[in-house]
Ligand binder design. Structure first.
Ligand code: PLP
Length: 359
């Protein structure tokens, strides 16, 4: 007997999981945009302390973490939603906003989780091509917003292409979106931006109750193993609806404690950004020396086409044989491209040397 699954399960794409988990430590893991640096000792201590109270349920209101985020970003705690990773916030937003007959608009290629929202809910996904510089085309996206639209997702900087659009452009875009449409700006990588202040988008919240800025502890804070993300919202409406569609204890006690502690160490975050940006400048230069043309990255990863006549699978396999894990563009919406996380200096050297041999 085979189980008979729901329509949603038949529609939902299988997440392209990165390889190499469970393998030896000698690999250069440049496939998942993680931080190569371990969590701060203070964060590990806070997480360890929380282990002693695991006989109790976690605080379902995430009060301490929301208060800390409220202080940091000057957004009322009632307008902050926490998630079991920011993907949890995304999927819950899909559940809260979408249904058959509704539409969701996002760019493509963009984050591989977005197609799951329409597949899970039966809504229609409208995808919009990037411009020639691999950036979001916000004008084209605004043109796709109809009366049936409930949600627009703007990934900025965009995963997998690494490029960013200015807050000024996002502001102009928001002026064109009707107030019944929720706009989620997914800023998972915003801390790595050098083209403008990563927090400049916060000002938009006061003008747009339909806006949510989605952020995460998974990237610059280096806590992806714990699963904590959050949304800073223009009103209380979305946080309330997100709590309605989820189980009460979506964020575990260790994660809440570690994330709250992590927020206290902004200097360490800034240092980490400096190291990532240095890696970005150096690696992009070396890639250009190999004749490649990486997109203008504002994130902790780069994106480039391998070029005419080069077999992507062969290159990814060749890199794997040399102990370097990267993401193939074919799993991310663009065959022939690679997405590579900026790692530690020796990992980046390994990647560039291996690519040099292979190309
Ligand atoms: C990595 C990433 C996230 C973060 O997901 P978490 O669930 O918070 O780990 C969100 N959005 C994008 C575009 C990402 O690349």
């Amino acid at each position: 007997m085979a189980l008979e699954f729901s329509q949603a399960v038949r529609r939902i794409p299988v997440y392209p999981a990165a390889e190499g988990y469970g393998d030896s430590d000698s690999l250069a893991r440049l496939a998942s945009n993680e931080s190569a640096e371990p969590p701060l000792p203070e964060v590990v201590r806070a997480a360890t302390r929380a282990l002693g109270s695991l006989n109790r349920y976690p605080d379902p209101t995430n009060a301490e973490l929301r208060r800390a985020l409220s202080d940091r970003y000057d957004v009322p705690a009632s307008r902050i939603a926490i998630g079991n990773g920011s993907c949890d916030v995304l999927l819950a937003a899909g559940e809260a906003l979408l249904e058959p007959g509704a539409e969701v608009v996002y760019a493509w290629p963009s984050f591989s989780v977005y197609p799951q929202l329409s597949a899970a809910t039966g809504a229609r996904a409208i995808t919009v091509q990037l411009d020639t510089e691999q950036r979001l085309d916000l004008d084209a996206m605004a043109r796709e917003v109809t009366v049936a639209c409930r949600l627009v997702i703007v990934c900025n900087p965009n995963n997998p292409t690494s490029t960013a659009v200015s807050t000024e452009r996002v502001a102009a875009f928001l002026e064109r979106i009707p107030p019944h449409v929720c706009v989620i700006v997914d800023e998972a990588y915003c801390e790595f931006r050098t083209d403008e202040d990563p927090d400049s988008s916060l000002d938009l919240l006061a003008r747009h109750p339909n806006l949510a800025l989605l952020r995460t502890f998974s990237k610059v804070y280096g806590l992806c193993g714990l699963r904590v993300g959050f949304a800073l919202c223009g009103s209380e409406e979305l946080p309330r609806a997100l709590d309605q569609v989820r189980q009460p204890f979506f964020c575990n006690a260790v994660a809440q404690a570690a994330a709250t502690e992590a927020l206290k160490h902004q200097d360490a975050v800034a240092d980490r950004v400096v190291r990532t940006v240095a890696a970005r400048i150096e690696m992009d230069e070396r890639l250009r020396a190999l004749g490649l043309a990486p997109a203008d990255s504002q994130a902790n990863f780069c994106w480039f086409d391998l070029g005419e006549g080069r077999d992507e699978d062969e290159v990814v396999r060749g890199l794997g044989e040399r102990g370097v894990l990267v993401r193939a563009g074919s799993s991310l919406g663009r065959p022939g491209a690679l997405r590579v996380t900026y790692g530690l200096p020796e990992e980046n050297r390994r990647l560039v040397d291996a690519l040099g041999e292979l190309l």
